[in-house]
Design a protein around this ligand. Structure first.
Ligand code: IDP
Ligand code: MG
Length: 194
């Protein structure tokens, strides 16, 4: 199956050029930006919820944060900008609402727009937590997002789900199914063995 797809892509590239596709089957679906429903994502593929927090938006870090996930090989399947309500935040951080610092977190997270995203890829929940770094930027390694862009736990620029179950819950909370796009990303064959 993979060999057939690669063969067809090579044919497409040489006969039609890089931006055109054969008007049938898989390629027609790809042209529409849609994944072939009969194949779907591989079983190892996960989705996670990532958000650029209000300090990241205010400081103009949105592009750099998105770039890190793109560069790693992950696929963006949903994105929106919103002002978070207290109600949404308390559902999102349901495990934190009883903590003494929650009022600070609430003031911070509702202080300006947030970029909410869903990213997809192999092992993305664990890998994105590594990319984001320790909750407290003072303990975050250089090279992680928090380690490179932040100093204090109260302004740590980015959120990433901490487990597969948490990711599923957060994605459902922030996005409707119809707002998540199932599309075929042409570089997958160059980042994964599928
Ligand atoms: P995480 O974001 O690394 O998953 P959590 O423990 O889930 O860390 O905490 C959620 C968010 O709450 C943190 O990212 C941070 O913004 C905030 N937070 C956590 N601990 C403190 C604190 O002690 N003071 C102020 N804010 C905190
Ligand atoms: Mg957390």
């Amino acid at each position: 199956m993979l060999q057939r797809r690669v063969f067809l892509r090579v044919l497409q590239h040489f006969y039609l050029g890089p931006n055109k596709s054969f008007p049938f089957g898989t390629f027609a679906a790809q042209k529409a930006g849609l994944r072939n429903k009969s194949t779907g994502p591989p079983a190892s593929t996960e989705r996670t919820f990532i958000a650029v927090k209000p300090d990241g938006v205010q400081r103009g870090l949105v592009g750099q944060i998105i770039q890190r996930f793109e560069r790693r090989g992950f696929k963006l399947v949903g994105l929106k900008m919103l002002q978070v309500s207290k109600d949404l935040l308390s559902q999102h951080y349901c495990e934190l609402t009883a903590k003494p610092f929650y009022p600070e977190v609430q003031a911070y997270m509702t202080s300006g727009p947030v970029i909410a995203m869903v990213w997809e890829g192999d092992n993305i929940v664990q890998t994105s937590r590594c990319m984001v770094g320790h909750t407290n930027p003072a303990q975050a390694q250089s090279g992680t997002i928090r380690g490179d862009f932040s100093l204090h736990v109260s302004r740590n620029v980015v959120h990433a789900s901490d487990s597969l179950k948490g990711a599923q819950r957060e994605i459902q909370l922030w996005f409707k199914d119809k707002d998540l796009l199932d599309w075929d990303c042409c570089y997958r064959t160059w980042t994964c063995q599928s």
